[in-house]
Design a protein. Structure first.
Length: 271
């Protein structure tokens, strides 16, 4: 297993069992779920505990690289993953031919622009360096955020818009493409960075407290946003009782309450 992968928790098998309609002989003895560090891992730690009380043994596998969870799921090294939005999944399936399917929506983690050099966007110097994620869909998301902040003009609203689609850059910003997980650590080396909510949270950054500007939030936005995250399994497993049970655990009032309470209104349930 890659050194980027670390087992977070293994829920002990409880004496209680789910109703026969929820799990059956095809249920894996351990449901391995790949997550990125921070909120996704914290939420699935709670789901693992809840699942143990209902007869599901869930292993939360933390992976600090967007490229790994879908490959591991497609290869059969995971039973599910929870780390990505629909546009990212669509791009991965198209590019790599993965046979994956969405069980349902999970959370919205608003992307924000963060800086250790300035306190507000107006203080950015001419020619400032801005870090953005280097995968196509999250780069497009970051460029849209910069465009909404009036720092650039973007000629395309595609989910895979790139630097070549910047039609106006009046402040001559230098866009630096970096691995999404590295962006919080890059803040000493760039003037500002567009950081995904999961990696911001894992680095101790709060979108409400620390972001210079951020995408809109709220439960209503989470329900509408194309960037709300999704719970994913192999296409062949989508209708398995254990997969439906996993989604039911995520969509439970217990987990919804945990998300709203634990993250203090910076991450929102999309269900």
């Amino acid at each position: 297993m890659s050194p980027l992968v670390r087992v977070r928790a293994l829920a002990a098998l409880a004496a209680f069992t789910l109703a026969p309609t929820m799990i059956g002989a095809a249920t894996p003895p351990v449901i391995r779920v790949g997550v990125t560090p921070g909120p996704h891992a914290e939420i699935f730690d709670q789901i693992a505990q809840l699942g143990a009380k209902r007869g599901l043994t869930i292993k939360v596998v933390e992976i600090n690289d967007y490229a790994v969870p879908n490959a591991a799921l497609d290869a059969g090294d995971l039973e599910a993953n929870s780390f990505q939005n629909q546009p990212y999944l669509d791009d991965q399936v198209k590019a790599r031919g993965y046979k994956l399917a969405v069980l349902g929506k999970t959370i919205l983690l608003p992307m924000g622009i963060y800086s250790r050099k300035v306190k507000k966007l107006a203080e950015l110097r001419e020619g400032a360096t801005i870090g953005v994620p280097n995968d196509p869909t999250n780069e497009a998301r970051a460029l849209k955020l910069l465009a909404n902040a009036k720092l650039i003009t973007l000629g395309s609203q595609s989910f895979t818009a790139g630097i070549a689609d910047i039609s106006a850059n009046p402040h001559h910003l230098q866009i630096r493409e970096l691995n999404a997980a590295q962006l919080p650590r890059s803040l000493d080396d760039v003037d500002a960075a567009c950081i995904n909510g999961n990696y911001a949270g894992a680095a101790g950054l709060s979108v409400a407290r620390d972001a210079l500007v951020a995408e809109g939030g709220g439960v209503g936005e989470a329900l509408r946003s194309p960037y709300s995250n999704v719970l994913v399994v192999r296409a062949a497993d989508k209708d398995q009782p254990w997969a439906k049970a996993l989604l039911a655990l995520y969509h439970s009032t217990t987990i919804r309450g945990f998300i709203l309470r634990h993250f203090g209104g910076t991450i929102f349930p999309a269900f």
